[in-house]
Design a protein around this ligand. Structure first.
Ligand code: 13P
Ligand code: SF4
Length: 301
């Protein structure tokens, strides 16, 4: 049997489903039952009837899936696949801010550890942050950990006061305005589609700003037939599948998240065979961080 056939057989035997983020390698996306952005995957994880979830993504994704499904088995193909930004906020600072601002809501990007989510009033993803921040009664917002997504949301909600910390995605934040300018020169008719984790000078050049799913939806619906893609290159798989007649250009061939690329078919097969790499979250941490995730699912509905 091929690796894919073995994975399919084990999935059936164990009533397992495979969830994959758009940034994992194409071969893994090909075998996934659910493929999408962080928001879609957290909804899928919350709704599934399966007994076992294999989460093809980075650790905060598996951790969130386990928090939303404490009684299910959640496996990570590679326990070392982690998002550096998920750790980029200081808990003491959050506590101090909470003490000094009475009307403060701590809004936590889902790309964060469960330990950080514990201090959040609500979680958001890039697909629902605007809707959720607008719907909060609080006028003061501490946005953690991504300063770039936070500043973008703040620009859309001028009636609220924002505080940021200095977290960022090292992959998206490395993209420069200069390189986008160059890509526009090479492909003058192409529209620029940008993920909000990019820096403000890149966002300013965008024809569309949105999550990975938003970018894929926009490219499909647009009358334009060529696009400059400013997010991780894994989205090309879905973009090309859905739009074989359209052209997609990456600004840089280095736009890859090394942690997402750690996920391979062999690792998926291995964890399914062995029931290994099970995500564990203590009951105390799970209960404390579930509130913010569940509130996100409620407010984004
Ligand atoms: P979305 O899946 O919300 O588009 O976020 C991208 C990302 O960086 C996930 O790690
Ligand atoms: Fe984290 Fe950036 Fe990789 Fe997403 S692309 S997992 S935000 S490092």
């Amino acid at each position: 049997m091929t690796v894919t056939e073995q994975i399919q057989a084990l999935k059936q035997e164990k009533n397992a489903v495979i969830l994959a983020h758009y940034y994992v390698p194409d071969k893994v996306q090909e075998i996934a039952d659910y493929i999408g952005d962080s928001f879609y995957l957290s909804k899928a994880a919350a709704d599934t009837d399966a007994d076992m979830l294999v989460f093809c993504g980075v650790s905060f994704m598996g951790e969130s899936a386990k928090i939303l499904n404490p009684d299910k088995t959640v496996l990570m193909p590679d326990m070392e696949a982690d998002c550096p930004m998920a750790h980029m906020a200081d808990i003491e600072n959050i506590k101090n801010m909470k003490k000094s601002c009475e009307d403060l809501a701590v809004v936590c990007y889902i790309n964060s550890t469960a330990e950080l989510k514990k201090y959040a009033d609500v979680c958001v993803t890039s697909a629902n942050a605007l809707k959720i921040v607008k719907s909060l009664p609080n006028r003061q917002i501490l946005f953690i950990p991504d300063q770039n997504l936070g500043r973008y949301i703040a620009s859309q909600v001028p009636e609220k006061q924002f505080f940021f910390n200095d977290g960022y995605c090292p992959i998206h934040a490395a993209l420069t305005g200069e390189s986008v300018k160059l890509a526009k020169k090479l492909h003058p008719k192409a529209q620029v589609l940008v993920h909000p984790e990019c820096v403000p000078e890149v966002l300013q050049m965008a024809d569309y700003i949105g999550s990975t799913s938003g970018i894929i939806r926009y490219a499909g619906e647009s009358d334009c037939d060529s696009f400059i893609i400013c997010t991780e290159e894994g989205v090309l798989f879905e973009l090309r599948k859905q739009n074989p007649e359209k052209k997609f250009y990456m600004v840089s061939d280095k736009f890859q998240c090394p942690d997402m690329k750690k996920i391979t078919l062999d690792k998926v097969l291995h964890v399914l065979k062995e029931n290994s790499n099970q995500v564990e979250v203590t009951q105390e941490l799970s209960q404390a961080s579930a509130r913010a995730l569940e509130r996100m699912l409620e407010l984004a509905r």
